[in-house]
Design a protein around this ligand. Structure first.
Ligand code: BGC
Length: 512
């Protein structure tokens, strides 16, 4: 047996939570030669499984670009390239008060946005937690809950009722007597799941993603379902636009930074939107819209390479993630990239090494056996651990899994996190590169508005995306720069509601 020493201490997470830690220190020299070799061999194996060469990235980008084109030509493609009926860029002078309801992957958020012109706005918002049951229960109940939250928000912020103890922050929009009798407030509904749209205030849910599975909803018009829930409780609200979070992000980012041409979300799910020429969206040519008009396309690129699995480098861990998900075969690209899955991929690798007798010999590992118990935030924390001893990694394993680790094991876990996180970022570059190539943005360059927990919180994610773009395009890849986007689901949704009202009042393509 190698010599091992035990110690204890504590480590503080970014959330402020303090974790008690117990260490098992083993000097490298103490490890038997065979163990050292095995760990190193394993790491090499995972390196070759999770590393993407520039050449492979260029091949993926090319296939991706062709897939995007196909989605614009024909309806019902795997990557559906959804026309959103959001025409052109905002002027920055959109005005007025708008409600936005954002049903994302984790929370439900209601916002009141006051657009003040010249790219300025104020926002008042409240978040409501969604339970796992609500995500799987009947769809009608989910929309009834959304309507109830909207009602609470309106009563609290726009009527005479205020919730006890609730404080308003400085700079928040506090409209007085905003609604006259009989007046309805326009609402943008940010619904971040793939929906086929025939017009802006309509959308048939193609499929749930991100672990949602509410019954009797797929295949139905979710705007209509939500409208019914609003009518049931007589809210003075008119749902004017159904919006994807990427579409909102594109418009909101352009509102403050007009160099923005693409928007991406790397969060619980992943997706992108960009602006295209209507004449190039062949599948809607029959609608009689001016071919030179511009329209936002919601790519729904998370579905790239689903079903046939021809282009992406899927490991056996990715296959298990897929097969055990509530939507096997779907969202193949998203399952390699998004925050919902990265922790699970890493957990499966660790479990394999436990089964092979390489890790945690003699310790009880049952806590690691529960699917999805290894949060993607742990990968961020492990990668950003600044200590030589890797105290954060110690804290995670002792506190959440009651497991003691050696320094060699901790270094191995951190190296694994780096592989999984880096692969996600480099695949994300392929998606961005596909849009850039397709639209010919490389020479002139463009800004990409990016949002989502991975982009915002995972250390080095943006740098790795930028590195990936240089690997794909060479030096010119530096012309494509991502930046933290404006709040697309709230502010973007409000701007779109304002743009839509103006367009419809002017009678421009009023049928969509
Ligand atoms: C959804 C997209 C959404 C993305 C980011 C994906 O799972 O299909 O509609 O834009 O997540 O939230």
């Amino acid at each position: 047996m190698p010599a091992s020493r035990r110690g204890s201490g504590s480590v503080t997470l970014p959330s402020g939570q303090t974790l008690a830690i117990h260490t098992r220190t083993q000097d490298e020299e103490d490890l038997p030669h065979a163990t050292k070799k095995t760990m190193a061999d394993h790491l090499r194996k995972y390196e070759s499984l999770f590393t993407l060469t520039p050449q492979r990235m260029r091949m993926i980008t090319e296939a991706f670009s062709e897939t995007l084109d196909l989605g614009l030509k024909k309806p019902d493609q795997t990557v559906p390239m959804i026309p959103t009926y959001v025409f052109g860029w905002p002027t920055g002078d959109e005005l007025g008060d708008y409600l936005a309801l954002d049903l994302g992957g984790t929370n439900l958020r209601v916002c009141l946005v006051s657009l003040q012109g010249s790219g300025k706005f104020e926002i008042t918002q409240t978040k409501y937690r969604l339970t796992e049951e609500q995500k799987q229960d009947d769809g009608e109940k989910l929309f009834d809950f959304c309507a109830e939250c909207l009602q609470t928000f309106i009563l609290t912020n726009m009527g005479s009722v205020s919730e006890p103890g609730e404080e308003r922050k400085e700079n928040e929009a506090v409209p007085e007597a905003l609604l006259k009798p009989g007046q309805e407030l326009p609402l943008g509904f940010t619904f971040s799941y793939p929906c086929d749209q025939e017009r802006i205030d309509h959308g048939k849910l193609i499929r749930w993603t991100k672990g949602f599975g509410a019954l009797r909803t797929e295949g139905r018009d979710v705007a209509d379902m939500f409208r019914k829930s609003i009518e049931k409780i007589n809210l003075p609200v008119k749902l004017t636009a159904l919006i994807n979070d990427t579409t909102g992000t594109l418009i909101a980012s352009h509102y403050v930074n007009p160099r923005t041409k693409i928007a991406v979300i790397f969060g619980t799910g992943c997706n992108a939107a960009y602006m295209d020429r209507v004449g190039d969206i062949e599948k809607i040519n029959h609608l009689g819209i001016d071919p030179d008009a511009e329209m936002v396309i919601n790519c729904e690129w998370g579905a790239f390479d689903s079903f046939h699995h021809e282009h992406l480098p899927r490991t056996k861990y990715d296959q298990v993630v897929d097969e055990t998900s509530n939507k096997p075969e779907e969202q193949a690209f998203e399952k390699l990239i998004s925050g919902r899955y990265l922790g699970e991929i890493l957990r499966l690798v660790i479990c394999e090494l436990i089964d092979e007798g390489v890790l945690f010999l003699g310790q009880n590992t049952y806590k690691l056996e529960k699917p999805y118990c290894f949060d993607t935030a742990f990968l961020s924390l492990m990668e950003s651990d600044p200590t030589d001893e890797l105290l954060m990694v110690i804290g995670i394993f002792t506190h959440f899994f009651a497991l003691e680790t050696t320094l060699a094991e901790r270094q191995f876990f951190r190296a694994l996190a780096r592989l999984v996180g880096r692969r996600a970022a480099r695949l994300s570059s392929c998606g961005i590169a596909a849009i850039v190539s397709k639209m010919g943005y490389l020479e002139e360059g463009c800004s990409v508005g990016a949002d989502g927990s991975l982009y915002n919180k995972y250390p080095g994610f943006a740098d790795r995306v930028h590195e990936g773009l240089v690997d794909i395009f060479g030096d010119k890849g530096r012309n494509i720069v991502t930046h933290h986007a404006e709040d697309g689901s709230g502010v973007g949704s409000a701007i779109i509601a304002a743009m839509t009202k103006k367009r419809k009042d002017a009678g421009t393509y009023a049928h969509v």
